[in-house]
Ligand binder design. Structure first.
Ligand code: FAD
Length: 340
């Protein structure tokens, strides 16, 4: 072992444990935190270390118990009025001080508004790397976290590692990782910490929380999705997809081309710059299957592709492929389903 490697091993040896930041708003946990527990448990197992939850807020002790149910062995809890609302300065302070004290090997956060903001700030302060929007995580035999994510506009999948800096930090979008099984009654150790940050030290004040009206359709949580692409030709033709989706009890999604054309709102977009979905069945109609689209839907349980071009890349991820004109295939499928 050369001197360089010896030094590296010495540096990283002080860092142990996989931490998942449990995101919450007014005590309500973000589902992505539990999804990350599933991924974190695998990493902890491979590294022979513990999965831990990092719970910050006010009156949030219940989230420690919840995190045990999702596989954490230990929860670091910071429960103080000053952390009632998420504010970067406050959360940054407490995260960095706990990371300094306990030295986790890996820190995972959801790629949400909060997680993206906090992870970037923390990584900068503790002088480590951060890989945003990972689609895959595993470890190699040098205890390095292999962080996979699309790069160069999604044209390649990059594997990124943070060889000599700790902790290794990554964010992962909601719905990318599978939700782990919940084990009610599982217990763990709660480690209570306090942070001496004062309200007066924080410049940001939360005056009011106005919740977004949830009138729209949640494609990210849907079990059946019928998506349309440029092959749909016009906005009116999406009615045909809606009919099929209605038969399945599902929702209509879209490729970016269809969204850019103004045929569907952005909230329906599937892919790298849209939503990541994991339905039971994903039906892609007139979608070519560009990598930026695939990263958002390739983990669906079943993919059915309808495309008149038999070479279309979407067929590479399809469970069933129908080479044909969608204007004939889709109504035929709908009418068959109606007869069931
Ligand atoms: P096309 O690629 O034009 O494919 C249309 C398909 O329809 C063709 O395969 C054609 O054979 C088929 N077709 C046409 N008529 C019929 C018919 N009558 N019957 C059957 N099949 C028919 N894209 C996304 O979807 N989501 C993203 O989040 C996203 N993010 C991106 C981010 C970046 C940084 C970049 C650079 C690109 C991104 N894109 C994204 C765009 C992506 O690269 C593709 O351009 C886009 O997905 C193509 O959409 P499409 O498949 O609908 O259209």
């Amino acid at each position: 072992v050369d001197e360089d490697e010896r030094l590296r091993r010495e540096t990283i040896a002080a860092w142990r444990g996989v931490w998942v930041f449990v995101e919450q708003t007014e005590g309500e946990p973000a589902r992505v935190s539990w999804e990350l527990m599933g991924a974190g448990a695998e990493l902890a197992k491979s590294l022979g270390t513990e999965l831990c939850a990092l719970v910050i807020g006010e009156n949030v002790e219940h989230l420690c118990r919840e995190s045990f149910a999702y596989g954490a062995a230990r929860a670091y809890l910071v429960d103080q009025p000053v952390f009632r609302h998420y504010r970067t300065e406050a959360y940054l302070e407490v995260c960095c001080s706990l990371i300094g004290k306990y030295k986790p090997e890996i820190v995972l956060m959801g790629a949400t508004g909060m997680g993206r903001d906090l992870a970037g700030a923390v990584a900068t302060r503790v002088k480590t790397g951060l890989t945003a929007d990972c689609t895959g995580l595993d470890v190699d035999d040098r205890r390095n976290l292999r962080q996979t994510r699309p790069a160069f506009g999604g044209n390649i999948m990059a594997t990124i590692m943070c060889d000599r800096f700790r902790p290794q930090m990554a964010t992962v979008r909601p719905h990318v990782m599978q939700m782990p099984e919940r084990k009610d009654g599982a217990t763990g150790e709660i480690i209570r910490e306090t942070c001496d940050i004062r309200e007066a030290d924080i410049l940001t004040k939360v005056l009011e929380i106005i919740r977004e009206k949830k009138g729209g359709v949640d494609i990210a949580g849907a079990e059946f999705i019928v998506s349309g692409g440029r092959g749909m030709m016009a906005k009116e033709n999406f009615g045909m997809l809606q009919e099929l989706a209605d038969e399945l009890g599902g929702v209509v999604g879209a490729s970016r081309s269809a969204v850019d054309a103004g045929w569907m709102p952005h909230e329906r977009q599937v892919g790298q710059t849209g939503k990541t979905v994991r339905p039971k069945i994903y039906i892609a109609c007139g979608i070519s299957g560009a990598i930026q689209h695939l990263v958002g839907m390739q983990d669906s349980d079943m993919v059915i592709a309808i495309n008149r071009d038999k070479e279309a890349p979407i067929f590479q991820v399809a469970t069933y492929g129908i080479v044909g004109d969608l204007f004939r295939v889709v109504p035929a499928l709908t009418s068959q389903l109606r007869q069931l």
